[in-house]
Design a protein around this ligand. Sequence first.
Ligand code: HEC
Ligand code: HEC
Length: 179
Amino acid sequence: MTNLRIATATLVLAALTACEKPAEPTVAPPADDSGAVPAAGDDAVAADDGAAEEREPGAPGVAWADKSFDEKKTWMGIEVYPAMKKDFQAHDGAAYKKFTCDTCHGDDGKATGYKMPSDSIYPLNPADPIKGAMEYDEAVTKFMVETVTPNMIAMLEGTQAASADHPDGFSCMSCHPAE
Ligand code: HEC
Ligand code: HEC
């Protein structure tokens, strides 16, 4: 892994030093080209041969749906958890002073395999989750609508927000149980 990274860095450096626009690769990137740091617009990222163990921890740049369970867990730890902790504590430092994986997944998160939605957070009306939530607590609901949901979608790369066209997309109900 380290060697691959160094090799990649060296290649990048070489390319920069040569000050040339990278030409079409002479050799098509192999499917297991997982040591490469995915550059923006790098088509090689689409490669999915299941060689999960050879990817960077958490498989950055690989769609959430295409990550292995272990990669999802690592991604939660390195990307989702720290960002969400920051968001929740910025919203209400006292209420979310203690912020852990359990805050979303519940005490039994580990035992249930981190299945979401979690039974342990506030239940919402699936027919209109925002309406009921606004009546319950406007401030936290705005935070959920404006910060938590979009930021979560952004971090679960390749995930779409629920909409009329994509009823199965990500929504409040991806975290909250139905009342
Ligand atoms: C802000 C809420 C939040 C926090 C905090 C959080 N997660 Fe998650 N986690 C989710 C959501 C939402 C999903 C499901 C995403 C999806 O597939 O729709 C998920 C999915 C997962 C999965 C994949 C489960 C599966 O069925 O494939 C694992 C594993 C996981 N989380 C582990 C963790 C760990 C470990 C931590 C702490 C380091 C953590 N999560 C913190 C919200 C959270
Ligand atoms: C990534 C997961 C996630 C998503 C998406 C999400 N929430 Fe939450 N929500 C939480 C967590 C975690 C809490 C805090 C749970 C706690 O305090 O026990 C919370 C708290 C709340 C609360 C306060 C509950 C209470 O007991 O005070 C409301 C209301 C709420 N969410 C509504 C919504 C609505 C409406 C949406 C959709 C716009 C939404 N949430 C989207 C994870 C999520």
